[in-house]
Design a protein around this ligand. Structure first.
Ligand SMILES: C[S@@+](CC[C@H](N)C(=O)[O-])C[C@H]1O[C@@H](n2cnc3c(N)ncnc32)[C@H](O)[C@@H]1O
Length: 294
């Protein structure tokens, strides 16, 4: 029996001028092709080209980058580049801030609910559900009927699929306290927990690329935009562009929360950073002045 010839493993140097492909991918996603990601991308490309029997990298990338024909392939390619690491209640000081901010905001005369929160770059949903639990608890603690909605968006289809199911392994539940586990999760198997339906109904997940999508849902003004550990993958000028875009989505009394250190030496116009320094949150200057005058 004749031996199948060993297939040559492609490296990025085999891809013609790889910087052109890297720039095209970064333009669409904002994700920089660092050496780490270059390795992940090479592995993905080798596997997919073998599966599809496509020997020519340029042909493959041309197809994958075609907006209509390549949608499915593109989604897998992007996924190979993304860091989707996340956890419930990931940054405690930010979560504590959300709780006190919600209580303060819903007690203002000018506020007429419901409260809308956007978890941007929500990955597999842990962040959006943590926000839902925090907002629900805060509203109950001040004796209000919970009236709120959470929108979770991410560029990764696979992550959003997981988020919508809302099923997590026990190993992912370490930061969920016992009362939250009892009130907001059902055990659905050995070491498996599912977010209760009542909480899942509060959270709507969408696949969306912040750089290109203009979903009608996003025309709604948000009271809180929570975007952590996503901007860090973008170049500095791009981060500013995205933050300016997010500010336009904020309600007048809205608040933008980023991950600590994701935006340094720059503040969006008309906004100020709020205390404490252990978090990175911005509100409109007039909103801060009004709060101080009260
Ligand atoms: C490291 S995770 C952070 C998850 C969560 N925010 C947290 O802090 O735990 C970064 C997420 O940003 C998403 N992301 C990257 N680029 C994006 C883009 N252009 N539009 C929307 N989401 C994006 C990734 O898919 C990934 O799930």
């Amino acid at each position: 029996m004749a031996n199948k010839p060993a297939r040559k493993i492609l490296r990025t140097s085999d891809f013609g001028d790889f910087t052109i492909w890297a720039a095209a991918i970064e333009e669409r996603t904002g994700v920089q092709i660092t050496p780490d990601r270059e390795r992940a991308l090479t592995l993905f490309l080798n596997r997919r080209m073998e599966e599809l029997g496509c020997p020519d990298i340029n042909e493959y990338l041309n197809e994958a980058l075609d907006v209509t024909r390549g949608a499915q392939e593109w989604s897998g390619l992007v996924d190979s580049l993304l860091v989707k690491e996340t956890s419930f209640f990931r940054h405690r000081p930010s979560i504590d801030f959300v709780s006190s901010w919600v209580k303060e905001t819903i007690n203002q005369d000018a506020f007429s609910g419901p409260l809308w929160v956007w978890s941007l770059g929500c990955s597999t949903g842990e962040e959006a559900y943590s926000l839902a639990i925090t907002v629900e608890r805060a509203m109950r603690e001040v004796g209000r009927e919970p009236r709120f909605g959470i929108i979770g968006t991410d560029i990764s289809r696979e992550a959003i699929f997981h988020a919508r199911r809302g099923i997590y392994r026990s190993s992912k539940m370490a930061m969920v306290d016992a009362p939250a586990c009892r009130d907001y999760f059902d055990q659905v198997g050995d070491h498996l927990w599912r977010v209760k339906a009542e909480l899942r109904q509060r959270v709507c997940f969408l696949t969306s690329n912040i750089l290109t999508d203009r979903s009608p849902l996003m025309r709604r003004k948000m009271h809180l935009i929570y975007c952590q550990n996503m901007l860090v993958y973008f170049r500095r000028w791009k981060r500013r562009e995205i933050v300016n875009q997010l500010i336009n989505h904020l309600d007048n009394h809205g608040c933008l929360m980023l991950g600590l250190g994701e935006l340094s030496n720059w503040i969006p116009e008309g906004y100020a950073r709020t205390a404490p320094r252990s978090i990175q949150a911005y509100t409109k200057v007039e909103a801060i002045e009004q709060g101080e005058a009260q």
